[in-house]
Design a protein around this ligand. Structure first.
Ligand SMILES: *[C@@H]1O[C@H](CO)[C@@H](O)[C@H](O)[C@H]1NC(C)=O
Ligand SMILES: *[C@@H]1O[C@H](CO)[C@@H](O)[C@H](O)[C@H]1NC(C)=O
Ligand SMILES: *[C@@H]1O[C@H](CO)[C@@H](O)[C@H](O)[C@H]1NC(C)=O
Ligand SMILES: *[C@@H]1O[C@H](CO)[C@@H](O)[C@H](O)[C@H]1NC(C)=O
Ligand SMILES: *[C@@H]1O[C@H](CO)[C@@H](O)[C@H](O)[C@H]1NC(C)=O
Ligand SMILES: *[C@@H]1O[C@H](CO)[C@@H](O)[C@H](O)[C@H]1NC(C)=O
Length: 419
């Protein structure tokens, strides 16, 4: 079932970011529509990006990026009258990567620093995501730092969100001379369980924060006289208690998915609850959908999207060799095919939910791009080589590309919305 929808993109320019970023003078708004994932995705104004890009020498010449916009027949240029799905593309070898050295970034946790943990092959560091019909513009870190001045960036979700948070800090730190001017405000160390981390770029007066909220909804004690096997109740109709701390932000990026497995729920005695009642027969897919509905009404009621740009990342592809997640064969090169990993039920549910959210939310559909990257996982090059890891990605690596996309959407006001 395909519905065609259009909307005028100009109305969606975020007023405060727009003002700060001098986007006010941009008048041209292009709207176009394309079909994907059995549905409709609507992209907003790309033109803005290119005007800004031209005006500011945005394009880095490593790929000899052609002159943008109206140059007809340029196949490496985003075709503004055509279509660009940023999430449909492939990985191209690119010697200008990686973007930073994790050993020199105090916020890349040891568990993700594959080179430091003994990984010897290095090809995995040198790939760039290339959307089929356009390019992701190379960002200028100094410009991004200026644009973030005075802002609050908040990542919420599981450890994959923590990876993107670390990646963003490491990328941004390459543009900061005095590395000591970037610090965690309470001197906290990164650990797996930590609920909140807040890194301040003091010379630029902004923070990049991470809140651990693996389900986005609130866990609690099960009702009295519940069967013994029930240790925790995951309240699908209640947002995580700490969600009130996410609201006053400028950029808010969510994910969830990796903990919604029988092993991490039922086998540990976690069951679902709605309206105070345990729902023991409820499937994980059904529960995931409920939790997203709760998230949706929270965003609609609580988040002021005139101030806050909201993003939701889809499921980050894993490459386990077996169902039980014991075997992880990290390859030297990316797969040439997605082998079906570009499709994910959680991602589909996220897309369906975002399509219905009444205020603007931007999709970061990272599932397809990750699907190829069987080479990019932590594998045994983590802080615990005895436990292979085909879920997390090495840093530098794939999460850097998520941030490049984020920068593209943020600072070029490219909308990729679903209704
Ligand atoms: C542009 O398109 C032409 C003709 O289709 C092709 O030969 C050329 O390799 C393309 N260039 C790039 C950079 O993709
Ligand atoms: C842009 O894309 C559209 C649709 O794919 C195509 O018809 C058109 O010729 C393209 N224009 C340019 C300038 O390449
Ligand atoms: C990264 O930095 C470390 C420490 O400064 C250095 O020993 C190493 O050679 C660097 N790695 C790369 C790939 O540049
Ligand atoms: C830092 O940013 C905050 C929040 O945007 C703002 O209120 C404050 O005035 C800024 N401080 C400086 C010194 O620019
Ligand atoms: C791991 O993947 C490589 C490349 O795809 C393949 O040649 C090899 O047989 C695989 N090893 C195992 C143990 O599955
Ligand atoms: C989205 O809205 C449509 C129409 O109201 C409804 O049929 C559908 O179930 C909704 N989907 C989700 C995921 O909320």
């Amino acid at each position: 079932m395909v519905k065609k929808l259009k909307f005028s993109s100009c109305g969606h320019l975020r007023s405060d970011l727009v003002k700060d970023l001098n986007f006010g003078k941009m008048k041209h708004c292009h709207t176009w529509v394309f079909h994907s994932f059995n549905g409709v995705l609507v992209i907003g104004p790309l033109l803005l990006l290119f005007l800004v890009a031209i005006g500011s020498g945005y394009f880095y010449n490593a790929y000899s990026f052609p002159e943008p916009i109206v140059h007809e027949n340029e196949n490496r240029t985003s075709n503004l009258s055509g279509k660009c799905n940023f999430f449909d593309g492939n990985w191209m070898p690119d010697e200008s990567y990686p973007l930073y050295n994790a050993s020199e970034c105090p916020f890349a946790e040891q568990g993700f620093s594959c080179l430091a943990n003994g990984r010897e092959d290095k090809e995995y560091l040198k790939w760039r995501w290339k959307p089929r019909n356009c390019e992701i513009p190379r960002f200028d870190v100094h410009e991004i730092l200026e644009k973030l001045r005075g802002k609050r960036v908040v990542f919420v979700g599981d450890s994959l969100s923590r990876t993107q948070w670390e990646s963003m800090i490491c990328i941004l730190m390459t543009g900061v001379e005095d590395k000591k001017s970037v610090y965690e405000v309470k001197g906290r160390k990164i650990t797996r369980q930590i609920r909140h981390l807040q890194v301040r770029f003091s010379s630029f007066n902004f923070t990049v924060e991470f809140y651990r909220s693996i389900f986005l909804v609130q866990p609690g004690a099960p009702p009295k006289r519940s069967p013994k096997r029930i240790k925790k109740a995951l309240m699908l109709d209640k947002m995580d208690d700490i969600s009130k701390e996410w609201i006053q932000s400028d950029i808010l990026i969510f994910n969830t998915g990796h903990w919604w497995t029988p092993m991490k729920l039922f086998e540990l005695g976690w069951y679902f609850q709605i309206d105070g009642k345990m729902k023991l027969g409820m499937t994980i897919n059904g529960a995931f959908k409920q939790a997203l509905a709760t998230w949706k009404s929270w965003v609609e009621k609580k988040v002021n999207t005139d101030r806050t740009r909201v993003f939701f990342r889809t499921f980050e592809a894993t490459h386990w060799s077996d169902e039980s997640r014991d075997t992880c064969n990290v390859t030297r090169l990316p797969w040439s095919e997605t082998n079906g990993k570009d499709e994910n039920l959680f991602s589909d549910m996220i897309i369906d939910t975002l399509r219905n959210v009444s205020n603007p939310v931007t999709l970061l559909h990272v599932t397809p791009m990750g699907a190829y990257r069987s080479d990019a996982h932590v594998g045994t090059w983590s802080d615990n080589p005895l436990v292979p890891d085909c879920s997390h990605y090495c840093l530098p690596g794939v999460p850097d590309m998520w941030n490049e996309l984020l920068f593209t959407f943020l600072f070029s006001d490219q909308q990729y919305q679903i209704y």
